[in-house]
Design a binder for this molecule. Structure first.
Ligand SMILES: [Fe+2]
Ligand SMILES: [Fe+2]
Length: 334
């Protein structure tokens, strides 16, 4: 993957470090302290995304800096701000769920019902233009081309029933023994069929801060043993809110007459994720909380963080399309 373009002082600094010897350049004073909108800041979220990618596929022509202590220190500072902001935004949902029930499944559902936002899948199903649908696929490519990889980091951090169930779910996501059925490959095939670039990370320069945050939160949780409960809560939220939306998105793709392989990716998730929802909440999160009751709050934090960031990203995407339509009307009138 090529290095992304810088979007401000934070991402510029990280890119300069990757191209030089990382320990040679000190962090700027007050590194990241001035950022106001941590969850949506293009520059901060891109800097974090670049630092996380050192733990996935890396960048073309960049030496192996994965465990450089200077880069890890910078990442930790960005993560502290990111996690603090997420905890603050989601504390109310977690508290309400803990008071509503003692059953984990019910608590997860309380959070799912409480986090409210616009329905992007419904818009894609009924109204989106072909350009908007391709825009959506482009934005989603950042995650789906490494689908399930962030949650796979959790496997060595857990044990027993939760570990077995997570491995079972991941086996499906990783193609159930067939490389052609790897979900990341199915998404690459869908991009290719639409004439989009299926290369890993190809569209990072087009992805706004909120969508980078949707991706970064999975790495934040997956790469920290302390946050394993949040990582599994995130997975449960992801699976729980996938089946019906995927049916809607597939319907939109068929309405627009895009190649069948594109809808096939989403159809694959309609049934699979209805099953994964049960496995993720009852066996993976349920198994974890049974062994570690102290992680229940973090599981619910992961659920709420996933859904909260999804809402922000959906609002951003729908807003950008609305502005584009308004601009087109203004140009027509002029
Ligand atoms: Fe999948
Ligand atoms: Fe799934």
């Amino acid at each position: 993957m090529k290095l992304p373009l810088a979007r401000g002082p934070l991402s510029s600094h990280v890119l300069a470090l990757l191209e030089a010897a990382p320990s040679g350049l000190p962090a700027p004073d007050g590194w990241a302290d001035e950022v106001q909108d941590v969850l949506g800041d293009d520059d901060l979220q891109l800097a974090l995304w670049i630092l996380y990618e050192l733990h996935y596929r890396g960048f073309d022509g960049v030496p192996d800096h994965e465990w450089d202590p200077h880069l890890i220190a910078l990442r930790t500072r960005l993560e502290q701000r990111f996690e603090a902001e997420l905890r603050q935004c989601t504390a109310g949902y977690v508290e309400a769920a803990l008071h509503a029930s003692e059953d984990l499944f019910d608590q997860v559902m309380v959070v799912v019902d409480a986090v409210d936002g616009p329905s992007l899948p419904r818009y894609l199903q009924r109204e989106a233009s072909s350009v908007e649908m391709l825009d959506f696929l482009t934005q989603r490519s950042l995650y789906h081309l490494k689908e399930s990889d962030p949650h796979a980091f959790v496997i060595p951090r857990i044990d027993g029933r939760a570990k077995v169930a997570l491995a079972e779910l991941q086996y499906d996501e990783y193609g159930a023994g067939r490389p052609a059925r790897l979900h990341a490959q199915l998404f690459a095939d869908a991009l290719d069929a639409c004439g989009l670039d299926p290369a890993y990370g190809a569209y990072v320069d087009l992805v706004p801060g909120h969508t980078l945050a949707v991706n970064n939160v999975m790495s934040l949780f997956g790469l920290s043993r302390r946050l394993r409960g949040a990582a599994l809560g995130h997975l449960a939220a992801f699976e729980t809110t996938s089946s019906v939306p995927c049916r809607r998105i597939a319907g939109g793709i068929e309405r627009l007459g895009l190649p069948t392989v594109v809808a096939a990716y989403f159809h694959e998730h309609v049934e699979a994720d209805a099953v994964h929802e049960q496995v993720a909440i009852r066996d993976i999160c349920g198994g974890l909380v049974e062994d570690h009751p102290e992680l229940r709050g973090d599981v619910l934090f992961g659920v709420a963080a996933c859904l909260h960031l999804d809402v922000l990203a959906a609002r951003g995407l729908l807003g950008s399309w609305e502005r584009r339509r308004e601009d087109a009307v203004v140009r027509q009138v002029a």
